[in-house]
Design a protein around this ligand. Structure first.
Ligand SMILES: Nc1ncnc2c1ncn2[C@@H]1O[C@H](COP(=O)(O)OP(=O)(O)OP(=O)(O)O)[C@@H](O)[C@H]1O
Length: 615
């Protein structure tokens, strides 16, 4: 059940009716003044009372209803119990306020019926069930006003449905007219009698009860609310001397029951207003308070309208009513909403709640998926950027490797060119070698060649490649050694040296002549001395050493040079270079493929990244 603490739920109002004809016939002296909308004061004294509302003689029931009653009806339509009752001495205007005159001054009951049906009409998303009963408590008996045969009905109580009148007629009403018919029928069965103060005095407490069931159409029986609205017209209290001697025993008995029940009501109200008193509240002391218990002990929105006569003649009764209202004013009420605990309705309600929760869950799942998607997207971006970076690095490395390979290839090609030029030199040598082999009769030339080779060998020990590195200059012969750079020997008169570009045997003869001359020069001391102008002392010494070594070698049998082997070795070397170049070419081709792949990946990843960033 849902509690509602926000509003004041126990409203106490005072209504002062106008003077009636009977009173106007007399002095019609006013006993009360109404200084403001919430206060009432003794006309001839200083006593003043404050309530939630004080309505003067000129206030219509319609205004009173709208001010304090309509909200109770609205609450009942939302599932909160409501109770409106009129309290006051006989002839003070209770019935006028509660029932009114149907045409000119409708009372609270018809106005409430109008409100209920108008609301039902204007609320298509809800369905309602309205059940009406009309009861009276007369001489401590509960009678059914809708069925005069149902008298002295039993009040039953259980935790589930609260206080109920067993067997009371409950008529399902579907229209205003139907309810009005019921009211009319009930009033015909009411205990009415003539009193000194009222020609048609209600001798019973009447309770018009409407049970309003409402449910939201969408959820079936879920959210089924049931509210009980009690609209009570109490019998008027009377003083013992009211009927005077004319009062019959029957009327005295009536009066006794009325006063007793009103006294009990007054006690209950007093106890409810005094929270310091923990004694049980005497609801059971009267049928009226038993029936009103659910409304009074905190389950209903309650409005008490205390009706008084304006006349000074009724001062004591009016004062008594105002005191009762003062006690009631102290009651603090917290109301609760009644929801049906029917298992079927509960299942439907839980199903509706599950459905709502499932929808919420689905919404959350979608949200989470979107967030996860965003997260995944971010992670994918980071991964791709890292991959892009790695591929970029790989590409740079491949570029640099490729550059190195191309450089190596160029160097190799250059070396190959040089080797090829060597071949040319070797071929020349081969030609000479062949002439050496096949021209046996040219012994002088043969001797000279032997000498030349000997000199060359001595000058470049252990290196046959150095032979290929011999270079000719007009003024000197240079022997380039792998180990110690150049050894320089001066030639004879430069002007007489023929142009070495001349080919053939002449060039070789000239060279051999130069060598012969050099040898001769080196063999004598004198020429060496003369050569000192041209050579440094160290060079002269080196030349002498060379001659000595040469002499020593001359004594031995000069080894025969295998020119074919040298040439073959050169050819092998060239072949090796060619192989290496081919290998490099293959590597370059592979690298090119890899680079192409890298470029493709790079472009793809960059495109993906661009797409992701534009999302
Ligand atoms: N506000 C009012 N304006 C005009 N007439 C009123 C008003 N209140 C009451 N009356 C008239 O006063 C008379 C007594 O009113 P009513 O019958 O409602 O008193 P009551 O408190 O119900 O009395 P009882 O307890 O004896 O039934 C009626 O004639 C009624 O028309």
């Amino acid at each position: 059940m849902e509690e509602d603490h926000k509003e004041e739920h126990f409203t106490v109002a005072v209504r002062v009716r106008p003077f009636v004809a009977r009173e106007l016939e007399g002095a019609a002296q006013s006993g009360w003044e109404i200084p403001g909308p919430t206060s009432i004061k003794e006309a001839s004294g200083e006593r003043m009372f404050i309530y939630d509302n004080v309505f003067d003689q000129n206030t219509s029931t319609q205004i009173l209803y709208e001010e304090i009653c309509e909200k109770v009806i609205w609450k009942a339509l939302q599932g909160y119990n409501g109770c409106i009752f009129c309290y006051g001495q006989t002839g003070s205007g209770k019935t006028f306020t509660m029932q009114g005159s149907r045409k000119d001054n409708p009372g609270i009951v018809p106005l409430a019926i109008d409100t209920i049906f108008t609301y039902i009409q204007q609320t298509p998303d809800k369905s309602f069930l309205l059940r009406c009963s009309y009861l009276e408590v007369y001489n401590e008996c509960v009678n059914d006003l809708l069925n005069p045969n149902l008298l002295n009905l039993q009040i039953q109580e259980d935790k589930q449905s609260g206080v109920k009148v067993a067997g009371a007629t409950e008529t399902v009403c579907t229209s205003v007219n139907q309810v009005n018919s019921l009211l009319y029928m009930g009033e015909t069965h009411k205990q009415i009698a003539s009193t000194n103060f009222n020609m048609r005095s209600s001798r019973s407490h009447t309770i018009f009860r409407m049970i309003i069931e409402s449910k939201n159409r969408e959820y079936g029986n879920a959210d089924l609310n049931v509210a009980t609205l009690n609209l009570i017209d109490l019998a008027g209290s009377e003083g013992a001397n009211v009927h005077g001697t004319a009062a019959s025993i029957h009327r005295t008995r009536e009066m006794s029951f009325i006063n007793k029940s009103l006294l009990t009501l007054s006690t209950v109200i007093m106890r409810l207003s005094d929270k310091t008193n923990n004694a049980p509240i005497p609801y059971r002391d009267s049928k009226l308070t038993r029936l009103l218990q659910p409304s009074l002990d905190g389950e209903s929105k309650v409005v008490i309208i205390c009706n008084i006569s304006p006349s000074l003649d009724a001062y004591e009764e009016s004062l008594s009513t105002l005191k009762f209202a003062q006690r009631a004013k102290k009651i603090k009420q917290v109301i609760v909403k009644n929801e049906v605990i029917d298992s079927k309705a509960l299942i439907t309600k839980y199903e509706a709640e599950i459905k709502t929760l499932q929808e919420k869950l689905r919404e959350m799942e979608i949200k989470l998926a979107e967030e996860a998607g965003n997260q995944g997207y971010k992670e994918a971006m980071i991964k791709m950027e890292m991959k892009l970076h790695t591929i970029q690095e790989e590409k740079d490395q491949l570029d640099s490797k490729m550059e190195n390979l191309v450089q190596e290839k160029l160097e190799l090609q250059s070396e190959l060119e040089r080797l090829r030029s060597m071949i040319l030199v070797s071929e020349n040598v081969r030609l000479n070698t062949e002439s050496e082999i096949f021209t046996e009769n040219n012994s002088k030339l043969n001797d000279r060649r032997r000498v030349r080779l000997s000199v060359m060998r001595d000058s470049t020990p252990g290196s046959r490649q150095s032979i290929a590195r011999i270079s000719y200059k007009p003024s000197e012969i240079l022997f380039k050694s792998n180990n110690d750079g150049l050894r320089k020997f001066p030639t004879v008169d430069e002007s007489k040296v023929p142009d070495i570009s001349d080919s053939g045997e002449f060039r070789e003869t000239m060279l051999l002549d130069k060598l012969d001359n050099l040898k001769e020069l080196l063999e004598s001391e004198e020429p060496l001395e003369r050569m000192s102008m041209m050579l440094t002392p160290q060079e002269i010494e080196e030349a002498r050493d060379s001659i000595r070594q040469s002499d020593a070698q001359e004594n031995k049998e000069a080894p025969k040079i295998d020119f074919m082997a040298i040439i073959q070795e050169q050819d092998g070397l060239i072949q090796n270079f060619q192989n290496i170049i081919e290998e490099k070419d293959e590597q370059i081709a592979l690298l090119k493929d890899e680079l192409e792949l890298c470029r493709g990946n790079l472009a793809r990843i960059q495109k993906q990244l661009k797409q992701m960033k534009t999302k």
